[in-house]
Ligand binder design. Structure first.
Ligand SMILES: NC(=O)c1ccc[n+]([C@@H]2O[C@H](COP(=O)([O-])OP(=O)(O)OC[C@H]3O[C@@H](n4cnc5c(N)ncnc54)[C@H](OP(=O)(O)O)[C@@H]3O)[C@@H](O)[C@H]2O)c1
Length: 345
């Protein structure tokens, strides 16, 4: 059994990790930390885990994470990079759900996250945790920078097109919407029910932290410079992410070939579903599962393609993807513990 630690077990991605790992046949939950809920039983905080998780939260200062085989950091940025050097030298693998190990460019990290990187050497060896595009690097890695939720949809949506070189990569557009759980479980006026419900708004339209991460990865798919306009929105739902992507074709190609391009790219992927051409995937069709769904549209058979991508932000957008990486790192089938069907309605 893989002994698992979770730092930040009280947050939304933390409790999602607990839900997945409590039912994972090869994982043994070993340490779960919280600064605020030290000594509280996990099931007292989350009755959904009663009789499945018997652990108590312990403060990160008292928790012995070195007895784990792998530690997930479901924490704000800046936490994992402080603890990683000690864990790595103790032989413990690290999967960070925050941004500490996503951006290869330290200057970009420091600019966007407003803090110096405390272990740039480890950053250079970390693997970007998007299995569909980086599987071979994830398998032997000691540290994973788990992708952001928006970047996952944007990369998997644009990948087949950029790889084939059939779109103008310099002018990609991503119009994305996230449910409120994407902002975490913190108390903030803007996240109150009365502020979010019956409301709809964009945020960070002039520049979002996921921009440099997404660009860094998209650039790897193309030999010419990639440009991205990315506008995130907050929608009044709890879980779910819907990204509407736009790209302009630079060659003549028929719709059947376009569809085949996507189907071929993801034919062996357990968690990517390419729907029939012209479909409208719904966020609800992914709720609680690690599945991401994609559908292609081409209005008036013109040169602009629309790629619709949906996922559960807490699953394929965060904790499900992190467990997918853990499975790869420990030589398990990638789908182990992740065969969860979406919850509907
Ligand atoms: N929510 C999503 O959809 C999503 C998707 C992709 C990635 N992410 C990323 O995943 C990370 C966690 O997100 P979340 O939504 O789960 O956040 P959250 O709900 O706000 O939870 C954060 C957790 O971190 C703990 N924590 C905070 N500061 C800490 C510190 N200095 N040291 C140790 N523990 C600390 C908190 O517990 P205590 O205060 O009790 O210690 C809490 O359990 C973030 O970096 C986020 O950007 C989130």
């Amino acid at each position: 059994m893989i002994k698992v630690g979770i730092v930040g077990g009280t947050g939304y991605t933390g409790v999602e990790l607990l839900r997945i790992l409590a039912a994972h046949p090869e994982a043994q939950l070993t340490v779960i930390t919280s600064r605020k809920e030290d000594n509280l039983s996990v099931a007292d905080m989350y009755p959904s885990l009663r009789k499945r998780v018997s652990l108590k939260f312990s403060s990160p200062d008292n928790a012995d994470l070195t007895k784990c085989d792998v530690v997930f950091f479901a924490t704000p940025h800046g936490v994992a990079m402080k603890a990683a050097p000690q864990l790595i030298s103790a032989g413990v693998k690290v999967i960070d759900l925050a941004a500490d190990f996503r951006l290869r460019d330290v200057t970009q990290f420091e600019q966007w996250y407003g803090m110096p990187h405390s272990c740039p050497d480890l950053l250079q060896e970390a693997a970007y945790g998007l299995p569909e595009l980086n599987r071979e690097a994830i398998k032997p890695a000691r540290i994973i920078g788990n992708p952001g939720c928006y970047p996952t949809t944007i990369q998997l949506g644009f990948y087949p097109l950029l790889k084939a070189g059939i779109v103008d990569g310099s002018h990609l557009i991503a119009d994305c919407k996230s449910g409120a759980s994407g902002a975490g479980r913190k108390a903030e006026i803007g996240l109150l029910f009365s502020e979010i419900n019956d409301n709809f708004k964009a945020y960070s339209a002039s520049g979002h932290r996921h921009n440099p991460e997404t660009l860094e990865q998209l650039q790897k798919m193309s030999s010419s410079p990639v440009g991205l306009i990315f506008t995130p929105h907050l929608v009044p739902m709890i879980r779910g992410m819907h990204s509407t992507l736009y790209a302009r074709l630079n060659t003549s190609i028929d719709n059947k070939t376009l569809q085949s391009l996507f189907e071929a790219a993801y034919q062996h992927e357990a968690f990517v579903d390419v729907m029939p051409f012209g479909s409208h995937p719904e966020t609800r069709s992914t709720r609680g599962s690690n599945t991401l769904r994609i559908a292609l549209h081409r209005p008036d058979n013109g040169s602009t393609l629309i790629i619709l991508v949906v996922q559960d932000n807490l699953m394929k957008g965060a904790s499900g993807q992190a467990v997918q990486c853990m499975n790869l790192m420990f030589g398990l089938p990638e789908t182990c513990g992740l065969a969860l069907l979406p919850v509907s309605p």
